[in-house]
Every structure is written in structure tokens, then in C-alpha cells.
Design a protein around this ligand. Structure first.
Ligand code: SAH
Ligand code: SF4
Length: 340
């Protein structure tokens, strides 16, 4: 919802200021999905609001629940009919993490990613980003009496190619007067947009940064993450070094593992060596994501070969996690979001 516009509207209509706070709390703290639910407001005001403002700028079309119940994928329709997806993941008991989309499609076009295959349709507005949260929170509240504990900008799109809108949404999500999720519970995943990493370090030093690396050698990374042609590994290394120096925070390194492409012993050693040019191992958590099928020529390594790669990195002194795939049966896993 465009809260600024709504504030102006209420003022212009002579509605007392305390009503604005009631509306704000209803939308951003109690996660109502319609004005009818806001019983504290007088009926004529609810009607006025209803005629002029929708509570959410994204319209949930469906919510698909994975067999195990640990992943819920939402498909939302936007005002212009385009569709986006967000995924709720139940990583720890009662702890839900929400994966948010920032663009319709993505201009980076990583060849293994379903979102990238479509190219960019358009950027999402700040409201379209925040409202994915509000709609998912409404769902969790009404269906399960549970709450969202963290958000990660890792759905469709490259968040740092829509920096202004993502930043505004992050402020709304973190602002104690609005949603009020702590900055430490907010993470952004980027394919490696160097200027935006520098901006992010200044604007959001308390939030988490994840880098989708996938390869620590120039040629391969040029192919896997085409943004690397604009911001090659040496520039990325320098930006991360400065980021860690100024924020003193750890960086999450995402590495989608694909058989025969980026999972050899040499490549593990290269990854380790590259990270050490940036900072000491204690500043990194390497998150290995076994490739999820998106219909290309790629294959995930076997479970044993995933473990071997992880063990190699651990043997070199790095902290490694292997992402368990939630929601594969609903195509809600990393890289499978295509907004069909
Ligand atoms: N554009 C941002 C954030 C969205 S992509 C980025 O690239 O970081 C979210 C994550 O999903 C990235 O780490 C991406 O590399 C990963 N991903 C994309 N396609 C995938 C696939 N087919 N299997 C597993 N992970 C994939
Ligand atoms: Fe875009 Fe990220 Fe997919 Fe690459 S992996 S195409 S950057 S969404």
C-alpha cells in the first residue's frame, strides 16, 4: 500500500491524526488484508478507504504448500497483470523465513536460473516488495498463528539492480513504527553488483549480505553469472574486502553446485584461495546449494559428491553449510521461480 498517499488523503479529508496510526498498525503490525477487518475505524471511513485504496498492491492468486508443509509458495498478481512469486520457508521450528522478489524476471540472465531465462519485464515498486511480506504475514497469521522471523531478498530478480525500491522496502520492514523486523534479520543476495555493495555497506551496515559466487575463475563466472563481465572477480573481491572492513560483518557466499562444471577439487581450492584474498575464513559462510532442476543442461552432483566438495572446503578452514532443498515439489526452490 502507498502509505504516504494514504496519509495525505486522510489529512485532506480532515480525519484526526490518531486514525492514521490505527490504519498503520492494522496494516503493518496486525497484517489485515481488507479494511473490513479494521474494526476500530468507523464504518464510513472504512468505506472511504475501500473506495480509494487497496490494502495490498499484490493480489494472492494461490498459495502452494509443500508436501512436508515446510515451504509455501505464493503467486501474486500485480496491477498490470504480471505475476511474481514469494516463498515462505520453515527453516527452524516456528521460524519462518520469507524469500522476496524484487523484479519481474531478471536482466542478469544466469543460464541455470529459471528467473533469468525470461529476462527483465520490470522492476517492482517499494510497495510491491513490502506487500509480499504483508500478504504472506496475513496468511501465516490466519492459517497457522505464526510469524515471519526473517526476510531474504532472494526471490525473482537482482535486488541491487532495483536498489532504490529495495532500500525503501527494507526501511519499511525494519522501521519499528512500521513492520519492525530487526535489520539483523534482513538479508540481501546479489549476483555481485559492485557499486551497490558499496552503497549497501553505508546504508545497511546491520543487514546481511549474500554473494552468489558459483565460481572463482573469471571465464566460468562470466558464463554462469554474466554480471561478472561488468564487475569481474578482482573488483568484487575489493568491494567485499571494503565491506567487511567497514561493517565487520560476515558475508554469506552462495555456490550453486553443478556436476562437472564447478565442483572439482581444483575449483574448491580456487574458491578457498579467492576468499582468502578478500578476508580471513572466519568472515565467510559458504552456502552450497545443490543445483535445482530448471530444465537446462545442468545436473546436480550426487549427494556424496556434494558432501565431498563441502568436506574439502571445511578441510581448508571454511565454515560450510549445504542448503537442504525445501519446496522442490512446488517449484519453490532456489532458481525455480519463474512466475508461470
Ligand atoms: N539475483 C540474486 C538473488 C536471487 S537468485 C542472486 O543471484 O543472488 C537467488 C539464488 O538462487 C542465487 O544464489 C542463485 O544463484 C540461486 N539459483 C538460481 N538458479 C538456481 C538453481 N537452478 N538451482 C539452485 N540455485 C539457484
Ligand atoms: Fe538473476 Fe539471481 Fe537468477 Fe542470476 S541467479 S538470473 S542474478 S535471479
Amino acid at each position: 500500500m502507498d502509505f504516504k498517499k494514504l496519509s495525505v488523503f486522510l489529512k485532506e479529508n480532515g480525519v484526526p491524526a490518531f486514525r492514521l496510526k490505527q490504519v498503520r498498525d492494522a496494516v503493518y503490525k496486525n497484517f489485515v488484508a481488507s479494511w473490513d477487518e479494521v474494526a476500530v475505524l468507523p464504518a464510513p471511513l472504512r468505506e472511504k478507504l475501500g473506495a480509494k485504496f487497496r490494502v495490498h498492491s499484490v493480489e494472492p492468486l494461490e498459495a502452494l504448500v509443500s508436501k512436508k508443509g515446510d515451504a509455501i509458495k505464493f503467486c501474486f498478481e500485480l496491477k498490470d497483470g504480471l505475476k511474481i512469486e514469494s516463498v515462505l520457508l520453515n527453516l527452524l521450528p516456528e521460524k519462518w523465513s520469507l524469500c522476496l522478489s524484487t523484479q519481474v524476471g531478471c536482466p542478469v540472465r544466469c543460464p541455470f536460473c529459471a528467473t533469468g531465462r525470461k529476462g527483465l519485464k520490470r522492476n517492482l515498486s517499494p510497495d510491491e516488495i513490502t506487500d509480499q511480506f504483508l500478504a504472506a504475514a496475513h496468511y501465516l497469521k490466519t492459517k497457522r498463528s505464526q510469524k515471519i522471523g526473517s526476510v531474504i531478498f532472494m526471490g525473482m530478480g537482482e535486488p541491487f539492480l532495483n536498489y532504490e525500491s529495495v532500500a525503501e522496502a527494507m526501511h519499511t520492514i525494519a522501521d519499528p513504527e512500521m513492520i519492525g523486523l530487526g535489520q539483523r534479520h534482513i538479508s540481501v543476495s546479489t549476483a555481485g553488483h559492485v557499486p551497490a555493495i558499496r552503497r549497501f555497506a553505508k546504508d545497511f551496515p546491520q543487514c546481511n549480505l549474500a554473494i552468489s559466487l558459483h565460481a572463482a575463475e573469471e571465464d566460468l563466472r562470466n558464463d554462469l553469472v554474466p554480471l561478472n563481465r561488468t564487475y569481474p572477480l578482482a573488483q568484487l573481491a575489493k568491494a567485499l574486502k571494503d565491506y567487511i572492513f567497514s561493517t565487520k560483518r560476515r558475508v554469506f557466499v552462495e555456490y550453486v553446485l553443478m556436476e562437472g562444471l564447478n565442483n572439482s577439487r581444483t575449483q574448491a581450492a580456487r574458491l578457498n584461495a579467492w576468499l582468502r584474498t578478500v578476508a580471513a575464513p572466519k568472515y565467510f559462510v559458504v552456502n552450497i546449494i545443490p543445483y535445482n532442476r530448471t530444465g537446462g543442461p545442468y545436473r546436480a552432483p550426487t549427494r556424496d559428491r556434494v558432501k565431498l566438495f563441502a568436506d574439502l572446503l571445511e578441510g581448508m578452514g571454511l565454515e560450510v553449510t549445504v542448503r537442504k532443498s525445501l519446496g522442490e515439489d512446488i517449484s519453490g526452490a532456489c532458481g525455480q521461480l519463474a512466475g508461470k
